[in-house]
Design a protein around this ligand. Sequence first.
Ligand SMILES: C[S@@+](CC[C@H](N)C(=O)[O-])C[C@H]1O[C@@H](n2cnc3c(N)ncnc32)[C@H](O)[C@@H]1O
Length: 199
Amino acid sequence: MKLSPIVRFMTNSCLRALSQIYIEAPLLRKMAAKKEYPLCLEIGCGRGIGARIILEQFGARKVIATDIDPEQIERAERGLSAALKDRVEFRVENAMSLDEPDGRFDAVFSFGVIHHTENWRKTIKEVARVLKPEGEIFFMELLKSVTRNSFLVKISQYPGGGEFGLKEFENALAAEGLKITGLKHIADIVALGAARKKR
Ligand SMILES: C[S@@+](CC[C@H](N)C(=O)[O-])C[C@H]1O[C@@H](n2cnc3c(N)ncnc32)[C@H](O)[C@@H]1O
């Protein structure tokens, strides 16, 4: 779903970029089983900081960076340096129905996206489908203490659909054959982690 103006402003702010680069990426990198993930998919790429992180820190040769919002895709394309442009394919796409064959990607990244989709279980199913056997998903997600908080829901105009707690999220991953291999969380507020698809 498209972001409200306030969430869009926060998503495109430099504070968000700093958190992604200096907090989330290093934590996720430590959870990674492999040094290199040649072909990666990013869902909900926003302004494109994630694509750069994936190329530079996860040894990707190519990243397909997708977002449902064409304006975010344009912003991400504008922001990418010329040196990295050949290695990123930006595409407007819904994470709940990816135009990709089964088992294509070495890794899929969701920096704060699954909880924004209208049907979070469907998104997890789709991510699991496009991962190779033993492929990994890396995620940072806000949990139900945030997504169900009435004040935050009101100011962010969050329309709902992606509210889950940590246990529900873990169970939904497991139901799609994705086993948690790394996890850091603060209560039911935020979770960062990695999960691997069964062979
Ligand atoms: C909170 S922003 C995060 C953006 C970026 N990943 C980051 O970490 O800054 C959520 C992003 O997910 C996108 N989004 C929301 N629903 C989506 C869907 N169903 N499919 C693909 N992208 C979606 C939004 O347009 C937005 O760019």
